[in-house]
Design a protein around this ligand. Structure first.
Ligand code: SF4
Length: 171
């Protein structure tokens, strides 16, 4: 997926979520070490790196779209990513925050926040695939660590992941 002279660049992005799927990635430790030598973890705010620059060979995206700013941000992530994989129920289906889709979000905000007028949010929580093309969806809440490793390894090897997940458009 990258030229032989450089390691593939991996990025991990967070949208509306609880961070649980990113924790699954952090929990991979030993297994991740096995593939880390083949990867440049170029952007992963939850771990160490927070500077966005250049393009990424593989982006893992956690979380759903719930604000106009995030709707714009995911388009930028897509532009920067050769492959984009969504991880977890928030990213693939809208998550528990999708309950707002069946209610009045203004009513919810008034019940939860002292100053709901400070809250800028969309009326819905939507999966990433409703905003940009997605190469692979890894489902679960949280995702399976084993399946995540399989997906990362498969994309590194340029093959189709072998998981029960739903593939949107992997070649
Ligand atoms: Fe958290 Fe579940 Fe969403 Fe993953 S899918 S970020 S574990 S709520």
């Amino acid at each position: 997926m990258a030229s032989p002279t450089r390691k593939p660049r991996l990025a991990v992005w967070k949208f509306a979520s609880c961070d649980g799927c990113q924790l699954s990635l952090l929990d991979c430790e030993d297994e991740l070490l096995a593939v880390a030598g083949a990867l440049d973890i170029a952007y992963f705010m939850e771990a160490t790196r927070g500077r966005i620059e250049g393009r990424y060979d593989l982006s893992l995206v956690e979380g759903s779209i719930t604000t106009a700013h995030d709707a714009e941000r995911i388009r930028e992530v897509r532009r920067r990513s050769r492959r984009l994989v969504t991880i977890g129920a928030c990213a693939t289906a809208g998550g528990i925050q999708g309950l707002r889709n069946f209610a009045d979000v203004a009513e919810y905000a008034a019940a939860v926040y002292a100053r709901p007028d400070y809250i800028a949010t969309l009326a819905t929580s939507t999966p990433i695939a409703e905003h940009v093309p997605v190469d692979f969806e890894l489902r679960g809440c949280p995702i399976s660590k084993r399946q995540l490793l399989e997906v990362v390894s498969a994309f590194l090897a340029g093959r189709r992941p072998v998981t029960p997940a739903h593939s949107v458009c992997v070649e």
